[in-house]
Design a binder for this molecule. Structure first.
Ligand SMILES: NC(=O)c1ccc[n+]([C@@H]2O[C@H](COP(=O)([O-])OP(=O)(O)OC[C@H]3O[C@@H](n4cnc5c(N)ncnc54)[C@H](O)[C@@H]3O)[C@@H](O)[C@H]2O)c1
Length: 121
């Protein structure tokens, strides 16, 4: 089964591997939801995808925030009539020695990498 006309939401897809994943899926006919926390990057990426002729919408949302995620999914379904594929790509890391890691950095890393994926799923 291909992904043509399937609706795909890729988190953190306004840059890096998420953007490349979204691009490959768009090239294979999927309808794409670009999500990121940085609105300028979302606008830029959506513009780029539209220019390439892809069916795309952008949703600025912090995946750690439950109501933001719920709104994003609702607006996706309202626009495309459903949601078939989720790519839990958004993530971050605070590089360096564990003993130097602050509690705040620990919390934000787990929030984005684990809670974010949990809420979206
Ligand atoms: N690049 C690598 O070598 C590598 C290796 C292993 C794992 N990963 C993981 O793969 C994923 C993508 O990596 P990348 O190198 O493309 O990273 P990246 O930093 O280029 O992209 C991550 C994107 O996620 C977005 N993001 C961060 N927090 C967010 C939030 N709360 N809500 C919505 N969007 C948010 C960022 O703005 C960014 O655009 C990450 O989860 C990363 O940890 C990357």
């Amino acid at each position: 089964m291909g992904i043509k006309n399937r609706v795909a939401l890729i988190t953190g897809s306004a840059s890096g591997m998420g953007k490349q994943t979204a691009m490959r899926m768009a090239e294979n006919g999927a309808k794409i939801v670009i999500n990121d926390i940085v609105s300028e990057k979302v606008d830029e990426t959506v513009k780029e995808f539209k220019k390439a002729g892809f069916d795309v919408i952008g949703k600025v949302a912090d995946i750690c925030n439950k109501s933001s995620v719920e709104n994003m999914v609702k607006e996706t379904v309202d626009t495309f009539g459903g949601l078939d594929i989720l790519v839990n790509n958004a993530g971050m890391e605070r590089a360096g020695a564990l003993r130097k890691l602050s509690e705040q950095d620990w919390d934000i890393t787990l929030n984005v990498n684990l809670k974010g994926a949990f809420l979206c799923s």
